[in-house]
Design a protein around this ligand. Structure first.
Ligand code: F6P
Length: 522
């Protein structure tokens, strides 16, 4: 069944939101706090270990109720129901979208249970050292070889969960950049390294190129027979993995109803399972599932992903914001923004609606950011005094992992101060020009108790659902990624031209010129 297809601009709510925008666009957030002492309370949601303060936004109670009306008119409830019940809502690829089923431990399909069992058993053998390399030594290094969704999720989790890591070193090779590959291999010992080749399709150029080079490197010391001890694969394409040389019993499944950028919860998370231990991986799943249940059951007005998504639509489509920043106040979340960029921009960077028509309104926002306080000393100047309008999400943990009060207090103080400065601006009328801060810049603050596998699972699921809701409102298909295909096709042809040193095999005069320059410059 298809998702409901409603052009959002034809809804009653959209028209009312346009009128409402005209009425409130000059309101000052700080004045609204003065007028309503309950504002912080009214515009906040507390769910388990998550507290969202969205009071520092350019909204009134009416804005929220109209945005919720918009969600109702585009039939968000039905869409959520369709996603979770496994209907083929990824229409252009004729697939269901069921990454949420991977984390529902209470009602798990047998094939998912089976895969988890396989992951548990395998990771335990690696951790205990009973799965040994060809020379009888325990595995010390795990290398995840994959790109896009087959890299960003596990890499983000391993970085975020540094505090929970075991003795294994988990590394990531994603880019088809020979320098990085060579340098990484130089640090590795083939006797004690396990390579996990992660590719849902097992046809991705970057991954296969790197995997082949790694195999060649390995075979300088190990033999073909030893491959079984050092190479495993995560793929839907078992035949291709076997052809590459991976033994059938070393192939972990991933299914067509798991999109690449949402695949972290499947065996794509095998490196996480090894590096953190199975129980931490399971906690990650549980945390995500708790957020799934909240998303499915909470009223829209109390629903974290729904509110975040609607606020984003509000700024994107009515304030014409081009981007939104995400600033986690935890160094461990360094990889969270790149992860989110794929999740959000590969999902919602679309301009054809669910009826096949070109949209005449803005869709996917540009997501960018970095960790606080580093970001404050890098690009916050532009947030505060630049000409761009950039709504910002601040993510903060209430407790530090090492119970360190001094730094944590400073981290918290900085985070709160930035949200306040963005909102207040300089209030002294005598401050003008270079030193003036306009203020009235919106932000959300997401305060989470502590960075744990559960809370990380919840945080990732929260943003996944936000992305889904935005796609429903914008009436686009969020789960395909046709936009990456053309570049891949041209790259293939360009590579042929490069290999043959035949400039005339490429079409564009600009590329021809670049290629001849490149040939000269080598
Ligand atoms: O960039 C396109 C893409 O298809 C992503 O959606 C996906 O995560 C990535 O390539 C890797 O694909 P695969 O797991 O099939 O190698």
């Amino acid at each position: 069944m298809r998702l409901p297809s409603v052009n959002p601009t034809t809804t009653q709510a959209w028209k009312k939101l346009q009128e409402h925008f005209e009425q409130i666009k000059t309101l000052r957030i700080r004045q609204q706090f003065t007028d309503d002492p309950q504002r912080a309370e009214k515009f906040s949601i507390h769910f388990e270990d998550f507290y969202l303060d969205f009071s520092k936004n350019r909204i009134t109670e009416e804005s929220i109720s109209l945005l919720i009306q918009l969600a109702e008119e585009v039939q968000l409830k039905e869409a959520i129901q369709q996603q979770f019940s496994g209907e083929k809502i990824n229409v252009t690829e004729d697939r269901a979208v069921l990454h949420t089923a991977l984390r529902d431990l209470s009602a798990m399909k047998p094939e998912i249970k089976g895969a988890l069992k396989q992951m548990k058993a395998f990771s335990e053998k690696i951790i205990r050292g009973t799965h040994m390399g060809y020379s009888g030594k325990a595995i010390t290094h795990i290398v995840n070889v994959g790109i896009g969704g087959s890299n960003l999720g596990p890499a983000m989790v391993m970085e975020a969960m540094s505090h929970y890591r075991n003795h294994l070193n988990v590394l990531f090779i994603s880019n088809v950049d020979g320098d990085h590959l060579t340098q990484t291999l130089a640090t590795l010992d083939p006797e004690t390294t396990l390579f996990i080749v992660v590719s849902k399709s097992f046809s991705t150029q970057e991954t296969l190129t790197n995997a082949k080079i790694i195999k060649k490197w390995f075979l300088k010391q190990g033999s073909e027979r030893d491959i079984a001890k050092h190479f495993v694969a995560v793929s839907q394409n078992e035949a291709a993995a076997i052809k590459f040389g991976i033994h059938a019993e070393n192939i972990f499944p991933v299914w067509d109803w798991v999109g690449g950028r949402f695949s972290l919860w499947s065996a794509v998370g095998l490196s996480v399972c090894c590096g953190l231990g199975y129980s931490n991986f399971e906690s990650l799943l549980k945390g995500a599932h708790t957020m799934d249940s909240h998303f499915r059951s909470a009223d829209f007005s109390e629903n974290l992903p729904v509110i975040l998504a609607l606020l984003s639509v509000w700024y994107n489509n009515f304030f014409n914001a081009e981007s939104e920043a995400v600033i986690p106040y935890s160094q461990y979340l360094t990889e969270f923004v790149p992860y989110l960029q794929q999740a959000a921009m590969e999902s919602n960077g679309k301009q054809t609606d669910r009826n096949g028509k070109k949209v005449d309104y803005q869709t996917g926002t540009i997501v960018w950011g970095s960790t606080g306080t580093n970001a404050q000393h890098a690009f916050f100047q532009l947030l505060h005094q630049g000409t761009k309008f950039i709504p910002t999400d601040f993510i903060l943990f209430a407790e530090s992992l090492y119970n360190d009060p001094v730094n944590q207090q400073k981290l918290v103080a900085n985070c709160f101060a930035q949200t306040e400065a963005l909102m207040q601006g300089t209030q002294d009328k005598n401050i003008k020009g270079y030193k003036e801060f306009e203020g009235n810049k919106p932000s959300n603050t997401l305060l989470i108790k502590k960075l744990t596998p559960e809370s990380l699972g919840g945080l990732v699921a929260l943003y996944e659902h936000k992305i889904f809701v935005q796609g429903v409102v914008w009436n686009i298909f969020s789960f395909d990624q046709w936009g990456v295909e053309l570049g891949k096709k041209i790259a293939k042809n360009t590579l042929k031209a490069i290999e043959n040193k035949e400039i005339n095999m490429v079409n564009s005069p600009s590329t021809k010129k670049l290629m001849s320059k490149w040939l000269d410059m080598r």
